[in-house]
Design a binder for this molecule. Structure first.
Ligand code: AHG
Ligand code: MN
Ligand code: MN
Length: 343
């Protein structure tokens, strides 16, 4: 008898701990897990596309071969549609929310926000990419669910997770009772519990930021980078710099080894680049559940007001002590904007 717990078993066992749970959230997580395996299959053969794909990027059924982020988006939406537990999907790939109108989803009470393929510019060069998802309970009680059901603070998330399609494929998620990681065993096609109760180290020696934008960073971020680079034996500095360009992959490494990931505001993008609803909130929920920290420089990400579906925010996320140190260095003007030094 094999001694492993699959994602499906784990979800069912956890549900049993909540006597009044009706299983909807479990089914929703299961639907996401299934779509993940389909996307994984496609990501794994991305390099073969040119060899296997016929002229004009048309596949054997005569359909156009789609870019992987569109493909992943379609897979997640169709899994959620047939599962029937979700009434609205908000995706990076769609300007507006998608209403799931199927007979099964009539009374669905969950909202899913998703970045179907994170780090998609890395696909062509065989560097890990990911998927990020966030689940909310519908707030409105009658009529059709709407955008306002999506615009909830990160503190309202009932579950969040990510998948990393890397040297192995892992799914990591939380429902607010700790963080658990599952590794896909391709020989049986199952995610198996490999990282129970994940904890982010309190401190680390890795900092992760696109330093190419240095000249446009706020003064506080420049100060923090200098802090990382200064020699200090007591605190193991200088730290190591690692930047993959797939937030999921950078976050995953820091979750396991300890570290900080920063995507700050820049002079060109004062609101930062990364999206609050389907990138920053879910990863911040996981970070906090693992003992880490996530802020926009002054305010916890999970406490930020959400006013737009594709809202952006600066983010500092990772080991608690490192994020605290970076926050201390952020300097605000009287108008509450970060001071940018363009010199
Ligand atoms: P996406 O592929 O979903 O658009 O996200 C890309 C994001 C994130 O994954 C990564 O950390 C960041 O963009 C990289 O941005 P830069 O190239 O500006 O560093
Ligand atoms: Mn992304
Ligand atoms: Mn994306």
């Amino acid at each position: 008898m094999n001694n492993f717990i699959t994602l499906g078993q784990f979800i069912i066992e956890k549900q049993a701990e909540f006597p009044y749970a009706k299983g909807e959230l479990s089914r929703l997580l299961r639907d996401i897990g299934i779509a993940t395996k389909i996307v994984n299959r496609e990501v794994n053969k991305a390099g073969l596309m040119d060899i296997l794909g016929s002229a004009g990027n048309t596949n054997i059924q005569g359909e156009n071969q789609q870019k992987l982020d569109v493909y992943a988006n379609d897979q997640f939406i169709s899994a959620l549609r047939s599962g029937g537990e979700c009434c609205i999907v908000a995706s990076e790939e769609n300007e507006d929310v998608i209403h799931i109108d199927s007979p099964v989803s009539k009374s669905a009470k969950y909202i899913v926000a998703i970045d179907p393929l994170d780090g998609s510019s890395n696909i062509d060069v065989n560097v890990p990419v990911g998927t990020i998802f966030s689940i909310y309970r519908r707030k409105s009680t009658n009529g059709k669910a709407s955008l306002s059901d999506v615009l909830q603070k990160g503190t309202e998330q009932v579950a969040a997770g990510y998948v990393i399609y890397g040297s192995s494929t892992m799914l990591v998620y939380t429902t607010g009772c700790g963080v658990n990681g599952f590794t896909l065993d391709p020989s049986i096609g199952e995610f198996c519990l490999s990282h129970p109760n994940m904890k982010m180290p309190e401190n680390g020696v890795i900092y992760s930021i696109n330093e190419g934008n240095y000249v446009h960073f706020p003064i506080g971020v420049k100060k923090y980078i200098k802090h990382c680079q200064v020699e200090d034996k007591l605190t193991n500095r200088p730290y190591t710099s690692r930047y993959i360009g797939s937030m999921v992959a950078d976050f995953h490494r820091n979750l396991i080894k300890g570290g900080i990931f920063i995507y700050p505001s820049t002079a060109a993008a004062p609101k930062g680049k990364l999206r609050l609803v389907y990138e920053c909130n879910p990863l911040s929920f996981i970070a906090e559940q693992a003992g880490g920290r996530a802020t926009n420089g002054t305010t916890p990400i999970l406490g930020l007001e959400v006013t737009e579906l594709h809202q952006r925010t600066p983010i500092f996320i990772g080991s608690n002590a490192m994020v605290l140190e970076a926050e201390k260095m952020m300097v605000l003007t009287p108008g509450n904007e970060y001071i940018n030094d363009l010199a």
